[in-house]
Design a protein around this ligand. Sequence first.
Ligand SMILES: NC(=O)c1ccc[n+]([C@@H]2O[C@H](COP(=O)([O-])OP(=O)(O)OC[C@H]3O[C@@H](n4cnc5c(N)ncnc54)[C@H](OP(=O)(O)O)[C@@H]3O)[C@@H](O)[C@H]2O)c1
Length: 324
Amino acid sequence: MVAAVRVHKPGGPEVLTYENIEIGAPGQGQIRIKHHASGVNYIDTYFRSGLYPAPSMPFVSGNEGAGEVTAVGPGVGDFKVGDRVGYVAALGGYAEERLLPAERAVKLPKTIAYEQAAGMMLKGMTAEYLLRRTFKVQKGQTVLIHAAAGGVGLILGQWANHLGATVIGTAGSKDKAELAKASGYHHVILYRDEDFVARVKDITKGELCEVVYDGVGKDTFPASLDCIKPLGMFVSFGSSSGPIEAFNINILQTKGSLFATRPTLNTYNAKRDALVKSANALFKVVASGAVKIPVNQKYPLREAQSAHRDLESRKTTGSTILVP
Ligand SMILES: NC(=O)c1ccc[n+]([C@@H]2O[C@H](COP(=O)([O-])OP(=O)(O)OC[C@H]3O[C@@H](n4cnc5c(N)ncnc54)[C@H](OP(=O)(O)O)[C@@H]3O)[C@@H](O)[C@H]2O)c1
């Protein structure tokens, strides 16, 4: 038996239940991992609340982790007992140990610590595909990133800066704005107090941004579209304030023939080759020192409820992890 945090019915943080479960030996193509740390992500709250339907009930919460391989199932050639690995995979992360399809794991370089890996596999590979594949950010461009001091936000800001962009962020408090400014953002707007569209116009002298990365959703739409240059791109990658409601696509015409996309990491890294390239790009930019992974909250696994409460009440900055 191993300790795990399961959800038996959708609901608030109180449905996260710390209990013992049986996980067994790895099957065909699987490895067994002993977690050293598990990542906490906003998507975990969507599965917990029922916004995203869970494939089965009960389920073990969590979509990201890092640890060592303790057993290898039949047909697994790339991993052996003792390997240090990190992964992103739907559900099963909030547990002392888990089974995982080997094709979803990547070996961690020696330079990447377990807790750092648990704080960056999901958020960092998301930053990788958003900045390098959804919209290829180029030197000299201007980007707007909402929730700049959040987990994905702090990585996006540093990486966009590294790519040579002028990086504008929004944040919910002065402390968060200071943190974002120390993490690659050239300008940070306090979007709970200030009109962020007016501030973007002011900062860019009316030129606006090539791309807006919006993980906030409901509260920043459709205003985000007014921050984008003609033919620019609106990237809606999350909904921490709630989902964007259905809208008339003609708005993209009236705002300047804009492009809009709603991407997910799962699609971008569905193939193993893409996953490995994405992870390697992340490891490289972290090893270079250009992107640092701020693991600013660490809770014992049994306190997953507190981790979710803090994340949803906007108390956290950077990455949050659980440790067994
Ligand atoms: N599509 C993908 O592939 C993908 C992958 C990873 C993450 N995501 C999305 O990226 C976003 C960020 O994820 P994360 O795990 O790094 O979370 P996070 O940014 O650390 O936390 C969410 C932040 O959203 C902001 N926010 C604005 N309105 C809010 C509200 N009403 N309630 C709660 N928070 C609000 C808060 O920052 P302020 O106080 O500064 O406003 C809060 O700290 C999420 O929407 C997530 O679903 C998408």
